[in-house]
Design a protein around this ligand. Sequence first.
Ligand SMILES: [Zn+2]
Ligand SMILES: [Zn+2]
Length: 279
Amino acid sequence: MIRRGISHTKSLRSTSWCLANRFLTPEDTISNVNSMDKTIENTSVGVNGNRSYSSGGVGLPSYMRAAVFREPNKPLTIEEFQIPRPKAGEVLIKTKAVASDIVSLNAACGVCHSDLHVMKGELPFSSPCVVGHEITGEVVELGPLTDHKLIERYPIGSRVVGAFIMPCGNCSYCSKGHDDLCEDFFAYNRAKGTLYDGETRLFLRDGGKPVFMYSMGGLAEYCVVPVHALTNLPESLPYTESAILGCAVFTAYGAMAHAAEVRPGDSVAVIGVGGVGSR
Ligand SMILES: [Zn+2]
Ligand SMILES: [Zn+2]
């Protein structure tokens, strides 16, 4: 399963590797995976270790694992966290593509160039943090006081895909439909590594130290996502291939449809294809 995931990922995200190779080769990443393997072995829980279940959430384990960035040019470390809890207007997602792959030692999957910028120290971001922002998954919990229309749209068990820009739904830009310019997203998440009450949802299992979130902190078994960042994922679309919908796909779509105003039948020259352009 792990091997299949890696080869599958490399073919799916070959251009990401082209970009990533400037900083991190696939072999480097796989070597990082081996480091993560050791990290996991050093814990008391194996990859398939049994876990106790909390009374707080039906069917939710008492803790989860996530990949943590602590300092530039060091491998991510797999660490144990309390299960994050969603607040009003937020949803707890059990990740199905990115996180399950990395935690099962397939770290090659779902590492966007933006994540690599953070990992290389080229993009300043609060640390320690959980990176990863291209997720698909299943809704397992909705925050209290979440609007009933949103609960109807994303019932427990529904399949979803998340966007890396997570609109608050309330600011002046969001209210005009310019979700990509959401003030809260840039003021709180990108500037501080938190959600929009100024707090993270990630706390280490031992000691409860807070860990920041790059977008939703998707390289984890569970993540909290503001509900306005979600879209239903049809049964016809597989979890793994669909993970890039919320980042690479709409980035390319925006460039073509809105900036270049490309229409079917147009002839175009693509210059500097890059990680987004050739997916
Ligand atoms: Zn991305
Ligand atoms: Zn907003």
